[in-house]
Design a protein around this ligand. Sequence first.
Ligand code: PMP
Length: 404
Amino acid sequence: MFDFETIRADFPLLTQTVNEYPLVYLDSAATSQKPLSVIKALESYYSAENANVHRGRHFLSEHATRRYEDTRTAIAEYFNVQRTEIVWTKGATESLNLIANGLTSHLKSGDKIAISAIEHHANIVPWQELAKKVNAELIILPITADLVLDSNECAAFIREHKPSVVAVTHASNTLGNITDLEPIITACKEVNATSVIDGAQAAMHLRPDLNKLDCDFYVFSAHKMLGPTGLGGLYGRYSRLNTLDVYQTGGEMIETVSLTHSTFRDAPGKFEAGTPHIAGVIAFAEAIAYLTALDFNGMRQHEHTIFNYAIKQLSTIAGITIYSHKENNIGNISFNYRDEHPFDLATLLDGYGIAVRSGHHCTQPIMSKLGIPGTVRASFALYNSLDDVDAFIKALKHCIELLD
Ligand code: PMP
């Protein structure tokens, strides 16, 4: 059972007031809030457990190493993959850069890399840089008029153009629109394209079974999954992961070093140079435990209810344009009011304690497609309530009165 009241009470930050109004946090697509268990784990790590991992024989170091590696097992179980297929990074951005750099020696001049127009900049720019480096060609996958990857068209496009890499999002951060990945991944396998899925937005809301999805790479951000900031990771099918070129080099990722030559560990070790975000990883175990203990279907049902209610309420306001897909959505709504600048609306909403995001959301190609400078984005998560939606809509109506 999904016990909303108990869940809400687990997130201490949500009880505060902002500008003398109860905070309504509608910015979970940027970063999720953290349950008390995660916050306590961070405190406990620094007050009683702090030590570096992997290189000590003393009690604290071995303890930290065990907990660090246990979290790797926990996230592997969450995604239903092997623990050796998980690499820790500082976020989805670093994960995508690691993969794009790691594919350098696998590509040759004239190869094709396929991306889409609804990607976050983190899933565009690393591919542009890789394309420049190896003289590859970037090709753009088809999307529908309502800004969803057109999966069957994408599959046909992949079969026709035979790219070496296909990098697509599982859900758009700006719009929330969910990609039907299966036909795309099937087509990738047929043409032996490396499939890279940006799961930064979807990993918490959709809890994907990566064994079933059968993609080559899937990246995630811990801080968008109730975990600490500065932490993310990636899943890589072991045979592909282990053959990626190394990204960052230095301590920890090596097997042997002489003054003129070094050898590297196998994955995942060879992708984790230097001292990692140990506290973050250990605290992230609590976030994974929290998510895993939830009734997943209950959570999705709750998120659907909140999202549908918000869409319904927004749709009744004259002058509001909603850009997000209204059914196939993880819970992010992008909208504008007439031609008011989204920054102005977001600033006015903040005056009522409503935390929404405004701008291009690191998706300038979406804004070009829509012919607008940006949107206001309200994004929802498991700890939001119908009351949050009511407060948001009420404040929005006040803001509109001020603007009109
Ligand atoms: N991809 C998507 C879809 C995202 O929403 C984000 C974060 N906004 C990223 C990639 C980058 O994640 P991070 O900032 O955690 O590196």
